[in-house]
Design a protein. Structure first.
Length: 247
């Protein structure tokens, strides 16, 4: 993104603090051409404004984008919480190094020149995030939980959820988005997961679970590899709002 575009997005963020307390609608900020065209093209399938509304993320919140990769949701969350809020963009060393460092480069470009001033890059492992207990209003992890569950097992998935539970404030939420899988399929190979497994793990960790059909696509029969050109970007996805009970 060029320098004028960066300045334009910074101005949009600043505009929020000068306007009414609610600031400009998220839809307006997302539609701005200060966002990358590739990101805006993804919006139709990812429905970021609707996802943020479902999760109850508001201006002024402190949010973590867990396993943020190149930062699509990092920027969405940055706009959603506004100048009064804060977003941690977290990635592990493995995620930053994969595919010759594509995620590291993408995140660096996205944040270059203090373009998203309310974002703090958090290049740390999931078990060592350095976030104080009860200090975060919300977290999001998109299309990652299947890799933890399938690749490292239910115990590792539970440990991940326990970590999130600890740093969330009472009443805080984790938005979990993933590719839906069929019970009889080799979901590890397909990079999918059964929704019921994610729900069970979340409840075991102490979360209250609310489901949304926002990202469902019945045209996907869940039998294909998620990077197959026939379904890439159009998989059937479940969206869970996992809430830490208020004390």
């Amino acid at each position: 993104m060029n320098a004028p575009a960066r300045l334009g997005l910074a101005a949009l963020l600043a505009l929020g603090s000068a306007c009414a307390p609610s600031g400009p609608p998220l839809e307006t900020l997302l539609a701005s051409d200060t966002r990358a065209a590739e990101d805006r093209a993804r919006d139709e399938g990812r429905k970021p404004s609707e996802v943020v509304a479902f999760l109850g993320i508001e201006r002024g919140d402190t949010v973590v984008d867990l396993i943020a990769a190149g930062g699509y949701y990092t920027e969405v969350l940055s706009l959603a919480v506004g100048p009064e809020g804060k977003v941690y963009a977290q990635n592990t060393a493995f995620v930053l190094k994969m595919r010759d460092g594509v995620n590291d480069r993408a995140m660096s470009e996205r944040l270059a020149g203090n373009r998203l001033p309310n974002v703090v890059r958090l290049d740390r492992e999931l078990g060592d995030l350095g976030l104080a207990p009860g200090s975060v209003d919300a977290a999001v992890t998109a299309l990652n939980f299947h890799d933890i569950y399938n690749g490292r097992g239910p115990q590792a998935a539970g440990a991940f959820l326990d970590t999130v539970y600890t740093f969330l404030a009472p009443g805080g939420v984790l938005g979990l988005i993933d590719h839906a899988g069929n019970p009889s399929a080799d979901n590890e190979k397909l990079h999918r997961i059964e929704e019921s497994l994610a729900v069970a793990a979340a409840r075991e960790a102490g979360f209250e679970v609310e489901r949304s059909d926002l990202l469902r696509n019945p045209a996907d029969d869940r039998s294909r590899f998620v990077f197959d050109p026939e379904v890439r970007g159009q998989t059937d996805r479940f969206l869970l709002k996992l809430t830490k009970p208020a004390e």
